[in-house]
Design a protein around this ligand. Structure first.
Ligand code: ATP
Ligand code: MG
Length: 230
């Protein structure tokens, strides 16, 4: 699925004392199947930008297109879009809410209409990919360590087999080995499928070898957009 942002602006708490113009006139085209890295200082707008990709937040101004279709148009099937776009939040707690890890990872595929058996097959496959051991599957996600929560949250999105995978600092808090394992798996899945991947990171170094393109955000704007210097 190709993505296009046309003059996207986003203002938090518009009209209040806390107003913040977090995205300023973003124009971007992401072709189908591209692996894009987004970096930038804290507060530069990375998380705000990527939450637009599954319609979680709506541009204050401007348009977002998927395959040429305006997702803000009346009648656009946002639920279908959400079933195809997997978003891993910066803070994994934001997407773990079921009684156990298995149920959490099954949540996405279940919404896609898969049977319980199919959901479990998908979930086990995804949990293995992210390296979370079987003994955690029936535990409450709240009892996991930070790194384990992150793995569970990533598995939940991978189990959807999304056409577009959006990850907000998915390896924050993991040790270098864990970080490389997860990124290697995502790169492998990207090669295997024709999935578009959008990966937010704090560090150019961590992601340069994986991505086709680097976007650098600065104060709500795109400051640099090119192939990475390796
Ligand atoms: P980080 O690297 O720390 O995750 P980021 O690049 O993801 O930062 P955003 O979270 O997109 O940055 O924030 C962009 C700007 O919008 C920041 O100035 C931030 O303070 C502001 N902001 C973010 N969320 C809100 C909110 N809910 N209400 C008001 N302002 C917000
Ligand atoms: Mg962020």
């Amino acid at each position: 699925m190709s993505i296009k942002l046309e003059h996207v602006n986003y203002i938090y708490s518009e009209g209040t004392a806390y107003e913040k113009h977090a995205l300023k006139d973003i124009c971007l085209e992401i072709p189908h199947g591209q692996f894009v890295g987004i970096i930038g200082h804290t507060g530069s707008g990375k998380s705000t930008l990527i939450q637009h990709f599954n319609g979680l937040i709506k541009a204050t101004d401007g348009v977002l297109y998927y395959n040429g279709e305006n997702i803000y148009a009346d009648g656009y099937k946002m639920k279908e879009l959400r079933n195809q776009v997997g978003l891993v939040f910066q803070y994994p707690e934001h997407q773990l809410f079921e009684v156990d890890v298995m149920k959490d990872v099954c949540f996405g595929p279940k919404n896609q209409g898969l049977s319980d058996e199919e959901c479990e097959v998908r979930a086990r496959e995804a949990l293995q990919l992210v390296g979370l051991k079987e003994k955690y599957y029936d535990r409450s996600p709240f009892d996991l360590s930070g790194g384990q929560k992150r793995r569970a949250a990533i598995a939940g999105v991978l189990a959807m087999r999304p056409k577009v995978l959006v990850l907000d600092e998915p390896t924050a808090g993991l040790d270098p080995k864990g970080r490389d394992e997860i990124l290697d798996q995502i790169a492998y899945l990207h090669k295997q499928s024709d999935m578009t991947v959008i990966l937010v990171s704090h560090s150019m170094e961590d992601i340069a070898k994986y991505v086709d393109r680097i976007i650098v955000m600065n104060q709500g704007q795109v400051m640099y957009d090119d192939i990475p210097k390796r």
